[in-house]
Design a protein. Structure first.
Length: 316
């Protein structure tokens, strides 16, 4: 559905996007992860035919985004991170207006608008003015707007930005419905855990470059250096934390509520040795098990850190 080759975008001496090679398969959900300014929005705007690349090429549904822009616009539904609304329109009028912009026949505009409002759980707000909707409702209305022409591909740039936790959950549920309908979805976020359970694959951007690309499991395995352990004890937590920090077997220790999360180098033999030493020190350990790395930890590993670290070579 999406394919880019050596895609680049420069603004004078500033390289916003460099040599992007990317493929997104039809019917999948692709998550674009990275800090602000990493190149995510630039890529999405090129795919949405809103920016012309400085070099390279991009294709959507087999159509060149520069040479066949009109065809691409019929394929995609684009939702920017911030969009204007017509406050004097009701929710249903708003969708009917955009349906008209896409040349949809007057006789079916109202039907399409009502169906989309139901899809995004705003059917009870159809007669309310857009100005009176909450931010979360406006985001869902914006998603409905991007669907009025039934596009095969949705390009969603930071759609959950600024939403409260409840609104974020509601938005995710709508996206899951769209995935079940067979839509291809490209969605960006700098909130890393937000996409982990939703996407079939993710791409990690840093300083205009794609530094990792694949499923969450694939990227986690490629980025893993050592293992993460969960340790819980009946008391003496602070003493154990200090002891672990001093241990040559341990790279890092953090507290997460009632548990200690310990990163170690090595395999199960290292884990065995660490547990034995904890018991020798008579720490009251009642849980000691390996856990999956947090996606934020993975992100920091593959990018070398978000605050000035040098990005690693691409993993895929």
């Amino acid at each position: 559905m999406i394919r880019t080759e050596n895609l680049s975008k420069s603004y004078g001496d500033v390289q916003a996007l460099a040599d992007l090679h990317l493929e997104v398969t039809k019917g999948t959900v692709f998550g674009f992860i990275g800090p602000n300014g990493a190149g995510k929005s630039t890529t999405m705007q090129i795919l949405a035919t809103l920016l012309k690349p400085s070099a390279g090429s991009a294709y959507v549904g087999g159509c060149d985004v520069v040479k066949e822009a009109e065809e691409v616009r019929r394929i995609i539904g684009y939702m920017p991170d911030f969009f204007g609304v017509y406050d004097s329109l009701t929710a249903v009028e708003y969708l009917e207006f955009y349906a008209a912009c896409y040349g949809i026949d007057r006789g079916v505009r109202r039907k399409i608008a009502l169906e989309l409002l139901e899809l995004v759980n705003l059917e009870d707000k159809r007669g309310e003015y857009v100005d009176g909707l909450s931010r979360g409702m406006k985001q869902r209305l914006g998603l409905a707007r991007s669907l009025v022409h039934d596009p095969a591909l949705l390009i969603l740039d930071e759609p959950a930005s600024g939403l409260d936790p409840r609104a974020r959950i509601e938005f995710r549920e709508v996206l899951k419905e769209l995935r079940a309908m067979g839509k291809t979805i490209m969605i960006s976020s700098h909130i890393l855990p937000e996409l982990a359970g939703l996407c079939d694959s993710i791409g990690v951007m840093e300083k205009g470059r794609l530094v990792a690309n694949g499923s969450v499991d694939e990227i986690t395995k490629q980025a893993e250096r050592g293992r993460l352990l969960e340790i819980r004890m009946r008391g003496r937590d602070e003493e154990a934390m200090a002891w672990l920090e001093a241990s040559p077997l341990v790279r890092r220790v953090t507290r997460d509520g009632p548990r200690l999360v310990v990163k170690v180098d090595g395999d199960e033999f290292v884990q065995e040795e660490l547990l034995r030493k904890l018991i020798d020190q008579r720490f009251p350990v009642y849980r000691f098990n390996e856990i999956a790395p947090d996606i934020e930890d993975v992100f920091l590993q593959v990018t070398g850190g978000m605050n000035g670290g040098e990005a690693n070579e691409p993993l895929a």
